[in-house]
Design a protein around this ligand. Structure first.
Ligand SMILES: Nc1ncnc2c1ncn2[C@@H]1O[C@H](COP(=O)(O)OP(=O)(O)OP(=O)(O)O)[C@@H](O)[C@H]1O
Length: 312
């Protein structure tokens, strides 16, 4: 593993377990579709929380509500006790950084430049100072570069500092995304599928990197489909199914919960989101089958089939 530790701290939160992020009653509707429904979620300082769920469960939509990309239809999101505005740059400024499901680097900029871009929310120098390149600007520029170099060392990318981002191997591009997110000095890092498409050794290096990020004082909320990665990394895991939080607990509790297994296999279970509607449909189908001339759902034949059969 290439991760090395530095003397500086990305986050400023003491790891005392106090809430860093508090999402309360978050709901997101797109027209008639409720993608996220009444979700409460808390991430404590020093914590790594996993967010899992089948495809289309609402995980990324929920992330977008947390980071100000979407304005939730209902609910609030607070960071360290303050309700966040619905503007992504203000959310970053407040202390939440994220990576995306699809890598979003500046492909034609160098590795170092990409990290420097991530520093802009922490640089106070204004436009005139930058244009005139006054002493304040030069000092800020020097500090930013020092910090960026520390982050490259932290993520094992120092030797690649002058390489163009697009020329990095896939695993290193993912690392660079994390370095860039850390450049804004977040207290909470949101990772959306950080190991998607990675080899086993890249996944293992990512796990070490996330643990090192936590070690340095930044809490982490991570979406991932790789269950082994999630259960080996996280302190707690929350499961979203059809936009609702189904279960939350330790990796052991979640792994042993029959409802989670059923949700992944698509098996309906008592109390599952949508289970009531599914049960109503099933009852109606059974009633129709039992009625004289009713449809035969087992064979997939409906009323029209039997009527046609009657004509023969
Ligand atoms: N901008 C949008 N407009 C309309 N519907 C959307 C929008 N974004 C997401 N959805 C819908 O919301 C639901 C949840 O999608 P979302 O991408 O959040 O799920 P997910 O759990 O992240 O899925 P995956 O694991 O496949 O990435 C899906 O039915 C999706 O089609």
């Amino acid at each position: 593993m290439t991760t090395t530790t530095t003397t500086t701290t990305p986050g400023t939160t003491p790891a005392d377990g106090s809430p860093v992020l508090e999402a309360s009653g978050v709901t997101m509707r797109f027209g008639g579709l409720t993608a996220v429904q009444n979700v409460d979620l808390t991430v404590g300082s020093g914590e790594i929380l996993g967010l899992i769920g089948p495809n289309g469960a609402g995980k990324t939509t929920f992330f977008n509500c947390l980071t100000g990309l979407y304005v939730p239809t209902e609910g609030t999101v607070s960071y360290k006790g303050k309700v966040l505005p619905h503007r992504s740059h203000l959310v970053t400024q407040a202390g939440i950084a994220r990576t995306f499901q699809n890598i979003r680097l500046f492909a034609n900029m160098t590795v170092l430049e990409n990290v420097l871009v991530g520093r802009h929310t922490r640089t106070r120098e204004g436009l005139w100072s930058a244009l005139l390149r006054g002493p304040g600007f030069k000092k800020a520029e020097r500090e930013s570069e020092e910090r960026a170099m520390e982050l490259l060392e932290f993520t094992g990318l120092t030797a690649k500092r002058e390489h163009l981002a697009r020329n990095l191997p896939y695993g290193e591009q993912r690392k660079l995304e994390i370095a860039r997110a850390l450049a804004s000095e977040p207290g909470l890092l949101l990772l959306d599928e950080p190991t998607a498409g990675m080899t086993a050794s890249e996944t293992s290096a990512t796990r070490d990197l996330v643990l090192a990020v936590r070690e340095q004082g930044t809490a982490v909320l991570v979406i991932e489909h790789d269950m082994r990665f999630i259960f080996n990394l996280c302190d707690r895991v929350a499961v979203l199914v059809q936009g609702q939080k189904l279960v939350e607990g330790s990796p052991e509790q979640v792994q042993n919960d029959d409802r989670v297994v059923a949700a992944y296999l698509g098996t309906p279970f008592e109390g599952a989101p949508g289970a009531e509607e599914a049960a109503e449909v099933q009852a109606a189908e059974q009633a129709a089958t039992a009625a004289p001339g009713g449809s035969d759902t087992a064979t997939g034949r409906g009323r029209n089939d039997s009527e046609e059969g009657g004509k023969d």
